[in-house]
Design a protein around this ligand. Structure first.
Ligand code: ADP
Ligand code: ADP
Ligand code: ZN
Length: 216
């Protein structure tokens, strides 16, 4: 199973990817997570990306395409993958087409998660994750079952992203509408675009996604 999750920042891509990974035994390839790891490790890519990410702008296509083409060659991608946050520009989508064709791979689906901008600001400013295992939470929408303790790993340290502030969010939403939204007609024309209601509750979105991934 190979799929793309397409949606604005805060649409729920990471939340749903964590569930689909378990359901289909595939890996989540989050370019945001990869870039944040590069920033934390202080690699040359991380040093180039940090200020761009903090401002909410997109990191250059050549960096992203190189990162993904190396990553999909790794062994754990053999059974399939979820692209979470890639492609984000038409140039990236075209590079991905070439990359997959060279490996004789096809995409099963491109799933658009549709959410109104007004809802996204609250989703992003309320978002936090477990600092140990990366499980995602939200101040109002998705709290741990026991306050302050991660459901998944039992640890008590949580973190928030430096770009999850109101100012960077505005720039990120603008980047989505200008540079990423053109991918919707691109994949529509290829016939593999499915749309789910990203404003529904988390379980309902998962249900719609699984239905969209059924063959036929
Ligand atoms: P969100 O899930 O909130 O949309 P991500 O974690 O996917 O955020 O991305 C965080 C930041 O990393 C983006 O704002 C952008 O600067 C950079 N980034 C991630 N993926 C890409 C990509 N495919 N192309 C360009 N920049 C990217
Ligand atoms: P993305 O990866 O697309 O940027 P996330 O999966 O990180 O988005 O979700 C953003 C925030 O919204 C998180 O705090 C998450 O817990 C919350 N969230 C995700 N999906 C839903 C939903 N369907 N309803 C309400 N809150 C949600
Ligand atoms: Zn945890």
């Amino acid at each position: 199973m190979r799929m793309i999750l397409l949606g604005p920042p805060g649409a729920g891509k990471g939340t749903q990817a964590q569930r689909l990974v378990d359901a289909y035994n595939i890996v989540q390839l989050s370019t945001g997570d990869m870039l944040r790891a590069a920033v934390a490790a202080g690699t040359p890519i991380g040093q180039r990306a940090k200020a761009v990410m903090d401002a909410g702008d997109l990191v250059s296509d050549d960096i992203l395409v190189g990162m993904i083409s190396d990553r999909v060659n790794e062994d754990d991608c053999k059974n399939g993958f979820i692209l979470d946050g890639f492609p984000r520009t038409l140039a990236q989508a075209e590079a991905l087409e070439d990359m997959l064709a060279q490996k004789s791979l096809t995409l099963n689906a491109v799933i658009e998660m549709k959410v109104d901008d007004a809802l996204l600001i609250g989703r992003i400013t309320g978002r936090y994750t477990c600092a140990n295992c990366g499980a995602g939470y939200h101040d109002e929408n998705l709290q741990p079952k026991v306050a302050g303790i991660c459901d998944n790993c039992g640890r008590t340290d949580f973190s928030r992203r430096s770009d999850d502030n109101a100012e960077a969010v505005t720039t990120r939403l603008q980047a989505y509408h200008e540079q990423t939204a053109p991918l919707l007609p691109f994949y529509q024309a290829k016939g593999n675009l499915k749309t789910v209601d990203g404003m529904a509750d988390i379980d309902e979105v998962t249900r719609q996604m699984k239905a969209a991934l059924e063959p036929g």
